[in-house]
Write a protein that binds this ligand. Structure first.
Ligand code: NAP
Ligand code: GLV
Length: 308
């Protein structure tokens, strides 16, 4: 029995070291050095090549190396096997740090002050209190719920939008497409923490941006495909939106000739809001392999019919 591993990132040596330390008996095959493909029974992967997983005929389960699973469902030949994803305290904490940092940056008008500094302009801007600021989170799942809780503790007026209604104390819950306009209408700082599915692709388009109050700002940590880029640029150009912070893009790495790089109203980070930490996640992988072999239900299983 072997585990196929593919991270596609510079963190691969860290994973290899952690596997040796935490699970020295586990036969880990680091892609593309897979050896005898028939020995591979489990795959812990990020963005496998389309058709790659189908070639392992003894594969029993697929473990997404991230919280998202869209990188798996984009493979038209994905084998029909159980799929799990990462739910982990360190991934959640890193994401909450990023979201709180960017929401505070927008709330405290840091992009405007940075622009003033470039012009040596000394001018205090009117500053609303946190409870006068509506922060709306699209996706109130594992990551959205934690960010919402921490933003609430800072005094923000926090709203959340999800497929099903939530009862998280202090958070105003909006559910389903019918309630999206009411949610957007109250949201001055919008955070996207949705999974990418056919229902959520292109959800942030001209119509959605127009529903936000004038001067609203936007933080995207979901996926680039949630956003219609041309509509975002138009909303920023017209001044309807004040600023956007983007961590995820339709094409990654973001091509050097993308207009997004040069827009002064856009802050870009290279899909680094959070990531999977081998120190805590290898234990989950080992446990899921044990469960699969024992015929027990896997942890953090993905609902294939919902796509997340
Ligand atoms: P999750 O626990 O599955 O939560 C997803 C949330 O989105 C749930 O609240 C779900 O509603 C809601 N949702 C899904 N489809 C919807 C729809 N059609 N309409 C309304 N709401 C919908 O996922 P998570 O662990 O929080 O992760 C969320 C996403 O963050 C990932 O899929 C990934 O794309 C992104 N991510 C980005 C980074 C980064 O570094 N930028 C890192 C990790 C993850 P219900 O609660 O009603 O099911
Ligand atoms: C990263 O984007 C993840 O889905 O974990």
């Amino acid at each position: 029995m072997a585990l196929l591993f593919k991270s596609g990132s510079s963190r691969t040596p860290w994973w290899v070291e952690e596997f040796k330390r935490q699970a020295p008996k586990l036969d880990v095959r680091v892609w593309p050095e897979t050896g005898n493909a028939d020995e591979i029974e489990f795959a812990l992967v990020w963005l496998p090549e389309p058709g790659q997983l189908k070639s392992y005929r003894n594969l029993k389960a697929i473990f997404s190396l991230g919280a998202g699973v869209d990188h798996l469902f984009s493979d038209p030949e994905l084998p029909k096997l159980p799929i799990t994803r990462v739910v982990d305290i360190n991934l959640t904490r890193r994401m909450t740090e990023y979201v709180v940092c960017q929401v505070l940056r927008h709330h405290r008008q840091q992009p405007e002050y940075e622009e003033q500094q470039r012009r040596s302009k000394w001018q205090e801007l009117k500053q609303p209190a946190a409870d006068q600021r509506g922060v709306g989170i699209l996706g109130l799942g594992v990551l959205g719920a934690d960010a919402a809780e921490k933003l609430l503790s800072l005094g923000f007026n926090v709203l959340g939008w999800s497929r099903t209604r939530k009862t998280q104390p202090g958070i105003e819950s909006f559910a389903g497409m019918a309630e999206l306009p009411a949610f957007l209408g109250k949201t001055e700082i919008l955070v996207c923490l949705l999974p990418l599915t056919p229902e959520t692709r292109d959800i942030l388009n001209a119509r959605a941006f127009a529903m936000l109050p004038k001067g609203a700002s936007f933080v995207n940590v979901g996926r680039g495909q949630h956003v219609v880029e041309g509509d975002l640029l138009a909303a920023l150009d017209s001044g309807h939106l004040s600023h956007a912070t983007l961590d995820v893009f339709r094409q990654e790495p973001l091509p050097a000739d993308s207009k997004l790089w040069r827009n002064p109203k856009i802050t870009i980070t290279p899909h680094c809001a959070s990531y999977t930490d081998p120190r805590t996640v290898i234990g989950q992988v080992v446990e899921n392999i044990r469960r699969a072999k024992a015929g027990e239900p896997l942890q953090h299983i993905v609902d294939i019919s919902l796509g997340y």
